[in-house]
Design a protein around this ligand. Structure first.
Ligand code: ATP
Ligand code: MG
Ligand code: MG
Length: 569
């Protein structure tokens, strides 16, 4: 990444280092393990890890596992896989649950300071008391409990004495605040749920704002980057950090030391940036989960999914995603970006990075009648037209070829530059051919073309210079490998599937043609690819050998993106 980047977050970091406010910077990427990461998370990952690396700092991966009912170790493993795949490595792997004892001790401190109280209002009552944007809230009748009573009740909450929802621990801030997040927000709730890391140790769980701010402080995070929806939470974030003051409270951090975790508390600063959103996609984890559970897609790693596992399988590369994030930039303005930004980044990345191959996805037989039956030769092809370092490969050529059905027209439309009856076309790298005869089946469908290869037009010969309008690709029928080709398109037919106008939901906008599977043929040097190898299939687009299903003797290729943007605005 370029060091001259000038976005407002990097500017803040630069100033904090220059002024000596921080000697070194430390960031974190804090996903909740309640689903798979998606394209939006790629932006947060690139910022959190990228900024740390650019400024010589470090970034932690922290699993924000404070909501045990929805979290799963399967997600934890996939998140790590995704971050590594994007090209980043974390300094420490942490869980918010590593700090449960710190949170608890910090909560006791708040109670002793008179900054928190145990409240017996029901969830519904809490809502009533909270007021609204236009109306101040009212104090809870339990707000003036004595410190002793609060300590006693909170310790008994922790001991598991009370039922779910019976009580909460709340911050004592200001029920008249214009910022509703400051109206005595809950810090802890009672939930008798087993946790994937801490088992049944805790019958109480911290709320997001409390856990997040204290995790940042406990870990020594200097810059806590998050999305814009947390802007209104920042005063509460600061309140939690200031009131608990972990940076100057070694006794609160002691439980970490006891567990061998480094003690490094800081006063972190939260900075918000806009979320990444694309049209034609849905990105909420809730909807993605529903799509998987209801079988609308073939799982989290379906190549049509915007999950990192999905687009990886589709053939998106880490460098294409990093390029996209760089192009999008960082702002405080939420917007719905055009899907073509994603595809454009992938095309640009693969144009430079993907070797070229030939494949035919809608095959039509072409027999060159002036070649002998057993004619076989080996042609040498450059693997990349613009980069010699890709080297060359051997492509077998013979009397019978597969060409693309759409490259032939009996009655050519105006401007058609490919093959027609009696017409000539250049076979990529093999010479000029003429079509002499069209063979049809009983239904009148074209089943074969018969043609003539001009022997004076082979590459390198003077006759090859003859002006011919079109060039088409081909594979040798006896050498090509039959291949499953999965042609993907957008999952939704409308730009904003999240728009629930007229009682519709994203489910009403699914594109019925978002996946088509055909059998095509690829040249041997494509079939032998390793899973996840990307190619440009000449004239067709970029394709990737499927991560799970591809094998050299049974190839499976996914279309990642066409060569040009085929979606009209
Ligand atoms: P979702 O709403 O899709 O479930 P989330 O925000 O709840 O996402 P988290 O697991 O909490 O998901 O996200 C981890 C980090 O990634 C957070 O810092 C969050 O702000 C950031 N993030 C999530 N979605 C996006 C997005 N679309 N663009 C940029 N950053 C995102
Ligand atoms: Mg979240
Ligand atoms: Mg969420």
């Amino acid at each position: 990444s370029s060091p001259e980047k000038r976005d407002f977050i990097r500017q803040i970091v630069r100033e904090d280092l220059a002024s000596g406010r921080h000697q070194a910077i430390k960031t974190r990427f804090p996903p909740e393990p309640n689903g798979y990461l998606h394209i939006g998370h790629a932006k947060a990952i690139c910022l959190d890890f990228g900024i740390a690396a650019e400024f010589g700092g470090v970034c932690n991966l922290r699993l924000d596992d404070t909501n045990p009912a929805k979290e799963d170790p399967e997600y934890v493993a996939a998140i790590q896989d995704d971050v590594r795949w994007l090209g980043f490595d974390w300094h420490d792997l942490r869980h918010a649950s590593d700090y449960f004892e710190v949170f608890y001790q910090a909560a006791l401190k708040l109670i002793r300071q008179g900054d928190a109280f145990v409240c017996d209002l029901t969830a519904e009552q809490v809502r009533e008391y909270r007021g609204s944007l236009t109306e101040a809230g009212r104090n809870s009748p339990w707000r003036d409990r004595s410190v002793e009573e609060n300590l006693d009740l909170f310790q008994r909450m922790r001991a598991g004495e009370f039922a779910d929802g019976a009580r909460t621990l709340r911050a004592k801030i200001d029920m008249a605040s214009g910022n509703i997040n400051l109206r005595d927000p809950a810090l802890y709730r009672i939930k008798h749920v087993e946790h994937q890391n801490t088992g049944n140790d805790w019958p109480i769980y911290p709320m997001y704002d409390f856990a997040h701010s204290l995790s940042d402080a406990a870990e020594g995070i200097t810059h806590s980057l998050c999305t814009l929806e947390f802007e209104d939470h920042r005063p509460l974030y600061d309140w939690c950090v200031d009131k608990t003051d972990l940076a100057h409270s070694p006794e609160l951090i002691a439980p970490l030391l006891a567990r061998g975790l480094p003690k490094e508390a800081s006063k972190p600063r939260q900075i918000e940036f806009s979320r990444l959103n694309f049209n034609y996609l849905v990105m909420s984890k809730r909807k993605l989960l529903a799509m998987v559970n209801d079988g609308l897609v073939d799982g989290w790693n379906d190549p049509r999914m915007p999950t990192l596992q999905g687009i990886r399988r589709r053939g998106y590369t880490p460098s294409a995603l990093r390029l996209m994030v760089d192009r999008v930039g960082i702002s405080k303005q939420n917007s719905l970006l055009d899907y073509s930004l994603l595809e454009g980044a992938l095309r640009d990345d693969l144009d430079a990075a993907a070797p070229r191959r030939m494949a035919v996805i809608d095959p039509l037989k072409l027999v060159l009648t002036n070649l002998p039956d057993d004619h076989v030769e080996t042609l040498s092809f450059s693997n990349h037209p613009k980069d010699e370092s890709f080297g060359k490969r051997e492509v077998p050529f013979s009397r019978e070829l597969w060409i693309e059905r759409e490259d032939f027209e009996e009655v050519p439309p105006k401007g058609f530059k490919r093959l027609t009856t009696g017409g000539e076309v250049r076979l990529r790298g093999a010479g000029i051919i003429r079509c002499d005869e069209v063979i049809k089946d009983a239904e009148g469908r074209i089943v074969e073309l018969r043609g003539w290869l001009d022997p004076e037009s082979r590459p390198g010969m003077a006759g090859a210079e003859r002006k011919i309008k079109g060039t088409i690709h081909w594979v040798s029928a006896r050498h090509a490998v039959a291949t499953e080709v999965r042609l993907y398109d957008r999952l939704f037919t409308v730009p904003n599937p999240d728009d629930e106008a007229e009682g519709k939901t994203y489910r009403d906008y699914l594109n019925p043609d978002s996946r088509r599977t055909v059998t095509g043929y690829v040249e041997p040097a494509a079939a032998s690819a390793a899973p996840e190898q990307s190619f440009q299939f000449e004239r067709l687009g970029y394709f990737v050998a499927d991560r799970y299903d591809h094998a050299a003797d049974k190839p499976v290729f996914n279309r990642s993106v066409t060569l040009r943007d085929t979606w009209a605005k």
